[in-house]
Design a protein around this ligand. Sequence first.
Ligand SMILES: [Zn+2]
Length: 396
Amino acid sequence: MSERLADAPKVRDTILAAAAAARGVPGADPRALAHSWLFTGPPGSGRSNAALAFAAALVCTNTEEIGCGRCEGCRHALAGNHTDVVRVVPDKLSISVEGMRGVVAQAARLPTVAKHRVVIIDNADRLTTEAADALLKTVEEPPEHTVIILCAPSTGPEDISQTLRSRCRHIYIPVPSEAEVVRVLMEEEGASEEHARLAAATSLRHIGRARKMVTSPEAQRRRAAAIQLAEHVFFGARAFQAAGALVKAVNKEAIDAYAEADAAEVAKLEAAIGRGARGKGVGRATEDSAPEVKRLEEDQKKRGTRRKRDMFDLVLVDLAGVYRDALVLQSQAGVPLTHPDFEGLSAEIAQRVSQEGLVECLDAVGQCRERLGQNVMPAVAFNGMLGRIRLACGVR
Ligand SMILES: [Zn+2]
């Protein structure tokens, strides 16, 4: 516990107070324990880890130290094989209503060895409307011996039904420290210290993304492509071509990569409600689709849009990092760079572009993010941004 939440003292205190209340420790405030929780945080902040740490604290058998991390209860909970800790990690794109009914039934069962049964639902933003409805009663009136923890990214809390959200006690999990990210990458991904440090800096301490940085060549390529836009800007139409290619690649990765899984999900639902599956390649929601199928397809579309937005956001964060680094180098502030491996590029830009110009570049990137949030076509938003950046960099 202390190690996992070392740099989130508020979270740790809340969790420990709740666990103390659950245990009935003399002097503990009984109000500290709620039975339904919502853990949110920026993508990659370690929500699920925090939820596991909470579960461990609740089933910990150490009489001296709650959530000791060493006793059998803690070890099994943290390893994901405690009999009273149920963890739902959706492997599919959404959590179905059948799956959720199973979870609800498990939540109702009495714990076997611990005092509480803990149910953790990862990616609760992926609950279908029906699944959220199936869960609602349990979240509203959880059994006395059950603690339910919903985890969801704070970037899309609108994806969790308002009713569910309002019934839960909310904890915000902040982004971890750089040292913590480096430790996780080295210990859990086997990254070298050098790679781990670079990934932590460049991902802005986003654990999931930092993990990808050390394990996925695609993520590395996309990051490099985003950073290189700042260089292409100085060479005629190249920046616009490169941005066009990047937008295409992101669209493909966010939508095409899931097309088959989406179709399979629809087919499964149709089979479940007794409709013949439409063959591969047959159009999307047709007039005779069951309302459940239409809703699922709408859900899928929303998820695809969010994936795309998240990916574009990462591209823009990477690009902004270059201009931020150029400003840092100009000011000789000695602040660590976001992209230490592209220092040559940011140093050159720092030489060629005034401070005012760099601020204008950052503003252009920020505006592009905003416009994407307003559903402006990505290609249009990117071209507008590059046009502004070219002017700001004095390219005619
Ligand atoms: Zn323990």
